[in-house]
Every structure is written in C-alpha cells, then in structure tokens.
Design a protein around this ligand. Structure first.
Ligand code: BES
Ligand code: MN
Ligand code: ZN
Length: 495
C-alpha cells in the first residue's frame, strides 16, 4: 500500500479519479456543516430527513453520484474527532465498500485534520482492508494499492505523522502475518528466519541461539518447556542501534510459544487451534523492529524472543519436576501449561547483560487476563511508576490501550513451594497477577514492565485473526523515548 498526503479543497477532490472517496465529517464544525459545496447540502438534506445522524458509526453512502468522479462516495461521521470515533468512522465506511474492488481511495477530512486523526484513519483503513493469504491456494490479496489523504490545511507535523503511521502499518502487518500463520508454518526456526530477514533489510544485528547455546547459558526453565518438542528451540536476539553505544537500551522480550498444547497438563480440544497465537508477544517484537528499521529513531532497542513449542511427549517435563533457571532460582513446575513464565524468566535474566534502561515483556500469558480485561485493554504490570505512566500514555495515544494492574506482595503467597524456591503456578484467584508476580522475581535488576496481551492480540469467532497489538503502544513508547513522538497527545478522555 502506498500513502500520499495532499493539501486540497473538497471541491477539487471530488474531481479526482478514485474508486472511492471517503469524507470524514465532523459533527460540530459550523463552517463545514453550513458549507456551500454539493456534499454539504447533501449532508444537510440527509440530516433533515433523519438519514444521517451525528453519532458514531453513521455513514452516508452514494454510488456514481453526478458531479463526483469517484465511483463510491462515503461520508462518515467522526463525531468528536477522538481516535475511537475516527476509527469507528473508517471501519463503518470500509464496511459499506467491502465487496467492491477498491484500488485507489481518497480520505478527505472535511474539517481540520489532527495528527492523531490522520494516524488513526490510516491504521484503521489498513486494519480493515488487511487480508491473510499465506496458506491459501486461491488467496484474495488486498486490492487496495493507493491511499490519498487530503485536507484543507497540511502542516509539516502531518507529513511526519503519515510517515510514522506508514511504518506502524508495516510493523503491525508483520506482527499479524506471523501471528496468523498456523504453527506448522511458524516454527521457532521460521520465526528466527523472519527476524533475520527483517534485520537484514534494515541493516541491524540479529543473533540466533539454538539448544546448545541455551544449555550453556543455563536456561533450565526455557529448556524444560522445550523438552517435549520435536521442533528445535530458538533464542532470538535482535539489536537496533539508533543512538550512541553508551546509551542504555530498552529491551523488549516477546513470548514465542509457537504452539501451546499445555504439555502434560494438556489443554481441552475445543479452540486449541487458537494456541498458534501463543507467539503474539514475539510477533509484536518483530513488528516493532520492522517499524524501527523504517523510521530509524535515535534510540537503542534489544529484542529477545525465546521460541519453542509446548508439547506433551515421553521426554516432556512433568508436573512436580524441579528445574534450575538461569538466575539460579529453582522452580517447581506444578502445571506445564504455565509455560510462558518459564521461557520468559530466563529471557529476563539474559536481559541483565544489556544494562537496560527498561525491560518490557509482552506475552499472551494468562486466560485470567482475558477474564479481567477482555479484548479492550492489555494488562500492564509494573512496580515502576514512571515506566508504567509512559506505557499507559503510549497506549492511549495510539488507540492500543492498556490498564495497570496491581503487584502487591500478598499476591505472591500462592507461589510458595515446599520443593523449590518458587512454584510456577498459584491458586485460581488473580491468575494474571500471580503470573506477573512470578516474572517480577526475575526482573529486579532494572525497571521492568509486563504486558499481558492474551485478550488483545487476536480475535476469536467469526472475525478470527491477529490484531497486531501492541505494536502501536510499543512504537509510540519507543518514539517518545527517542524524543520524536508519533503524534501529538490527543485530549485525554475520561472513562
Ligand atoms: N497461552 C496460555 C494463556 C492463554 C489461554 C491465552 C487462553 C489466551 C487464551 C498460557 O500458556 C496458559 O496456558 N496459561 C494458563 C496458566 C494456568 C495454568 C495457571 C491459563 O491461563 O490457564
Ligand atoms: Mn500454556
Ligand atoms: Zn501459553
């Protein structure tokens, strides 16, 4: 997909040769609503007849309208112009076009276009028009090729916002692609190859460790999970250096379980296919690196991905087994389905060698987080207030929000073990928090945050598919750290 931005009046855009023209219509801009152009009078008539209300999701759709060169014209109400409403307007507008073969689309902002609205419009359109093709014999690839964004006024800030949105879209689509692939098309080795090719394309470093090196490092927890798998494990280390070597990096750690059967503590059959998404944390790290390679911000970032399948097998780790993690702490594995924290804890110890300014792990870690927060916000866990606030802000700005959860020490009570320093599971209560408390034991040497994306990384049901989250949140955070925000902060909405 190719994106352009132009300073144009609506009266001129309607003469453009487009398959579809999408007009973002505000609800309260007097100049726009009382305008003299043909579209304004058309909207006024529709409002008068009650056919176009100023509410989220309202669209007015026309075909081959005289005086408008685009085949399709869709007017979509952006209500108060916040990310949520712009996203809603774009999605509703795209849904009216879905069956049409749209190659060239125009998005025109009838009122002032903010950097946030521009970014939201572009990412929402990319999201709605995405099409998975990799494992289909007759794929239906996305037809959309060209997106022309226009508004009456275009400042330098909007041009920067478009460049960044474009990189974000590329990153999100890398994350979606790898997350959507079935496990036999996304093994640890294939994930490592994907990391290498992203690194090669952008000239940064990528090192891949196998079972031998991981054994030498003493990653007993990671190795325990990989024991049952025939597919060999990989530990992926990506290094993007955009700042001086002396500057401490941010380390991103992505859970890369390419398939989670639960191991000997095997999962029920229903919906087990969705456990191919158990590497969405890893996919988000790949997506972030793709975007970093395009934008080249002034920051150092390390990406770590412990990748393996979690399988039942004669050699598989058994409930009650005690293993020694890279940190030296022993772990009693009471449930082999709590494998994410086992691969992550060794990666968190490995992260110490980078003397990081912050470490953020991203994981489809617990079903309990899905129950707590659903598909709307990711779970955020951090004892570091400054880091937590930066991540919350990045989430709000990017429309990829998270919600801070508690980390009181009392929650760690259930992790006590008679046979090891710590058990890998606690009781049924507060499962997302006890998982985070387990990880916290391995991340005491630097500011740390954990994002549980079990509810937000993919959608189930009819619209099954990866969302590409939280690439938006992470990229916003990193660009803010680099001193170049993706977009200006929008007004904070109280909820
Ligand atoms: N990958 C799962 C978490 C998960 C489950 C994400 C369902 C999304 C939907 C993780 O490895 C897991 O199995 N967690 C267990 C932990 C439990 C054994 C303490 C869970 O949440 O049930
Ligand atoms: Mn599991
Ligand atoms: Zn898992």
């Amino acid at each position: 997909m190719n994106f352009e931005i132009q300073k144009r009046a609506l009266s001129s855009v309607i003469r453009d040769d487009l398959d579809a023209l999408l007009v973002l219509w505000p609800s309260d801009d007097k100049d726009v609503v009382s305008g003299q152009d043909p579209i304004a009078s058309l909207v006024r008539a529709a409002i008068q007849h009650g056919d176009f209300e100023h509410k989220p999701g309202a669209v007015l759709s026309l075909y081959a309208h005289p005086g408008i060169k685009a085949r399709h014209l869709v007017i979509a109400c952006t209500v108060d112009g916040t990310s949520v409403h712009v996203r809603g307007a774009l999605t509703a507008a795209w849904n009216t076009l879905k069956s049409a073969k749209i190659k060239r689309i125009g998005i025109h902002a009838a009122a002032e276009l903010s950097a946030t609205a521009l970014q939201t419009a572009v990412t929402a359109l990319a999201d709605a028009s995405y099409s998975y093709t990799s494992t289909l014999s007759k794929p239906k690839p996305r037809t959309l090729k060209q997106v022309v964004v226009s508004a009456g006024q275009i400042g330098a800030e909007l041009r920067v916002a478009l460049t960044q949105a474009q990189a974000l879209v590329a990153g999100v689509e890398v994350a979606k692609e790898w997350a959507n692939r079935p496990a036999n098309h996304c093994t640890p080795v294939m994930l490592a190859d994907a990391a290498k090719s992203i690194a090669k394309g952008a000239a940064f470093k990528c090192e891949v460790l196998g079972p031998k090196e991981v054994t030498k490092l003493g990653m007993g927890a990671f190795l325990a999970v990989a024991r049952g798998a025939a597919e060999p494990l990989r530990f992926i280390v990506m290094r993007y250096n955009g700042a001086a070597a002396a500057q401490a990096p941010v380390v991103l750690v992505g859970k890369g379980i390419t398939f989670d059967t639960g191991g000997i503590s095997i999962k029920p059959a229903a919906e087990m296919d969705e456990m191919k998404y158990d590497m969405c944390g890893a996919a988000s790290v790949l997506g972030v690196f793709k975007a970093l390679g395009e934008l080249k911000p002034a920051i150092n970032v390390v990406g770590l991905i412990p990748a393996t399948e979690n399988m039942p097998d004669g050699l598989a780790v058994k409930p009650g087994d005690v293993v020694t993690s890279m940190s030296g702490q022993t772990i009693e594995i009471l449930n082999t389905d709590a494998e994410g924290r086992l691969v992550l804890c060794d990666a968190l110890t490995y992260a110490e060698r980078f003397k990081p300014q912050a470490v953020i792990d991203i994981a489809t870690l617990t079903g309990a987080c899905v129950i707590a927060l659903g598909a709307v916000r990711s779970g955020l866990f951090s004892a570091d207030d400054a880091l937590a606030h930066s991540l919350q802000l990045a989430g709000n700005e990017s429309g990829d929000a998270c919600w801070r959860m508690p980390l009181d020490d009392d929650y760690a009570e259930g992790l006590k073990s008679r046979y090891a320093d710590v058990a890998n599971v606690a009781g049924r209560q507060a499962g997302a928090v006890t998982a985070a408390k387990f990880l916290q034991r391995f991340s005491s040497r630097y500011p740390w945050a954990h994002l549980d994306i079990a509810g937000t990384a993919w959608r189930s049901g009819a619209a099954k598919g990866a969302t590409g989250r939280p690439v938006g949140l992470l990229l916003h955070y990193l660009l803010a750290q680099a001193g170049s925000k993706l977009v200006k902060a929008p007004p904070v909405r109280r909820r």
